[in-house]
Design a protein around this ligand. Structure first.
Ligand SMILES: [Fe+2]
Ligand SMILES: [Fe+2]
Length: 137
C-alpha cells in the first residue's frame, strides 16, 4: 500500500487532493492484484491514467496562475510520462492471466506515483508556499 506522509504534501489543497485520489486508485489496484482479482486492473488503470492526465492539466494551470517560472520544464516532465502510462495500460490488459504483467504493473505504478508524480512536484513546493504566504500578508 502507498501512503502519502506529510512530507509529501504540498500544502495546497486541490493538488494534495488529486495526489491522494491517485494514491487511492493505486491502492485499489494493488488490492485487486493481491486478492486475485487482477481482471479489475484494466478498468482501474484506465481510471488512474485519466485522473493523472486531468491532474497534470490542473497543476499546469495552477503553476501558470501563480507565476511559477519553470512551468515549461514541468509541463515537459508531465508529457514525458505519457509513454509510461501507455505501458501501464498494456500491462493492465495482460494482468488477468500474466504474473509478470501484474508484478510489472504494481512496480511501475508505485514508482510512477511516488517518484514521477509526487517527488517531482517538490520542485515547486517552496514556490507555491512562499506565494501563498505573500498573498495572505
Ligand atoms: Fe502533481
Ligand atoms: Fe507534477
Amino acid at each position: 500500500m502507498v501512503e502519502l506522509t506529510p512530507s509529501f504534501m504540498l500544502e495546497y489543497e486541490s493538488l494534495d487532493k488529486d495526489h491522494q485520489h491517485l494514491a487511492d486508485i493505486v491502492n485499489q489496484i494493488i488490492r485487486a492484484i493481491d486478492d486475485d482479482e487482477a481482471e479489475k486492473c484494466e478498468g482501474l488503470v484506465g481510471e488512474f491514467v485519466k485522473s493523472a492526465k486531468d491532474h497534470f492539466a490542473n497543476e499546469e494551470t495552477l503553476l501558470v496562475n501563480v507565476g511559477y517560472p519553470n512551468v515549461k520544464k514541468h509541463q515537459d516532465h508531465h508529457k514525458g510520462l505519457n509513454i509510461k502510462m501507455d505501458h501501464m495500460i498494456e500491462f493492465a490488459k495482460m494482468a488477468g492471466e500474466n504474473q509478470m504483467a501484474r508484478d510489472s504493473l504494481r512496480k511501475e505504478l508505485v514508482f510512477f506515483l511516488m517518484d514521477d508524480v509526487i517527488t517531482a512536484d517538490m520542485e515547486f513546493k517552496n514556490f507555491i508556499e512562499e506565494k501563498a504566504k505573500t498573498d495572505k500578508a
